[in-house]
Design a protein around this ligand. Sequence first.
Ligand SMILES: Cc1ncc(COP(=O)(O)O)c(C=O)c1O
Length: 478
Amino acid sequence: MSTRPPRPWRRSPDAFLSDVEQVLPWVEKHLADGEHDAPWSDVAPGTILAAIPDHPPIAPDPLDAVLRDLNEYIKPGLVRWDTPGWMAWFPCNAHPDSIIGDLLSSVMSQQGMLWLSSPACTELEMRMMEWMRKSIGLPDQFAEGGDGGGVIQDTASSAVLATLVAARERATNGQVNEHGPSAAEGLVAYCSNQAHSSMAKAVGITGIGRANLRSIPTDQNYCMDIDAFQTQVEADLHAGLKPFFCSATVGTTASGAFDPVEAISAICQSHDMWLHVDAAWAGSAAISPTHRDLIIAGAAQADSWCFNPHKWLGAVFDCCCLWVADRRALTTAMAIDPEYLRNKQSEEGHVIDYRDWHVQLGRRFRALKLWLLLRRTGVSALAKMIDHHIELAASLEHAIASMPHLELAAPRSLSLVCARHRNGDAATQALLQRINNSGRFAVTHCSLNNTLVIRFAIGTLSVEDFDIEALIDLITTT
Ligand SMILES: Cc1ncc(COP(=O)(O)O)c(C=O)c1O
């Protein structure tokens, strides 16, 4: 009997477990350090790259050597989005319960492109999208089992891209997919001048063209000016163009402004335009009954609605929940049917094949991280977390409002506070730098009304009232 050569690529479950055990103390320390590590990394550009050998190892490295390098040159380059003082951009929380879900997803290594390729991945996702829909109180037109339904996308950028493709194909009767962008001629899309840049990216990718994206002015609170929207739509119709898509933002990136979704929907409905609602950040707050109505107002008239549980709710990145009212509009636009993917279950039509709900074919088992989060943390605790963050933001807002040298640059939106120095941009910039150099707090900026503004986006899992007090002290003494 011939003996087989060794299989150096294989790892027995025992060996894997022992590796995991060796990594776990590192994990524990990393999580504990998150309570006090400085939020920003202070490595100079190129430092980490220079520390990594030019060529990969030919023979295996021991795990302790990898962990040593992890500490030596990877960890210093980590930005601690999980530290209590993290208030930059928006939060990107990884709740431990969700981390376990993500870990299990890696262990299971499912590829859920078809129901057949992973029934568990598909059906848990269907159920999680319903759990999530009910948790945030989204209306029934998005429910699984009717005309609508939900899907987990990687990011809100992918969600708006997918819905734009669906709307484009609905408006052109499938002609752009068949004949290319010339069939999209005359289509016009809309969003406010505060909408996220993913919208401009998506109109470029889909062949609509950025020249055909109307950036609608906003009012004094940075919400879409509904009269300006109406006027622009009428002007476009008058010019023989075809308004077909509008993205309304619930919680803009700069200041957290809420577009008037109900009023926007009335205009969209009268011109058969697809209304997408981008609630990437603010959507998580709808899990709190106190804030829900504000966030889902107008959702019943929307064609699609999305938010990122990976931002504020604690689902490990990446996780964007997208619901559509008419799933066929999306799946018709995205469907592909090569022979090698054909199977009986798909053809019988009783299953969902999520490959038809987004751009990519293959997909991870993301529903697990929502399942673990919702089961182990529960909806009530998550709602309390949101309320807690919003209370902290309100206390920061009040403190800033009473400071002689600062002013609020926009109304507080949920847990986002925008402020600037009364002495102008240079003073605001100096304060921003001081906060970021504190080693305890991280903030980023935006521009509102052509002035520099500091954004305080409160919302990490561990932030407490004493952190906000320390921040107020820092600002006061600066
Ligand atoms: C309102 C809004 N929409 C979309 C996005 C894009 O998010 P993603 O990174 O999921 O594409 C962001 C990011 O912060 C956002 O604030």
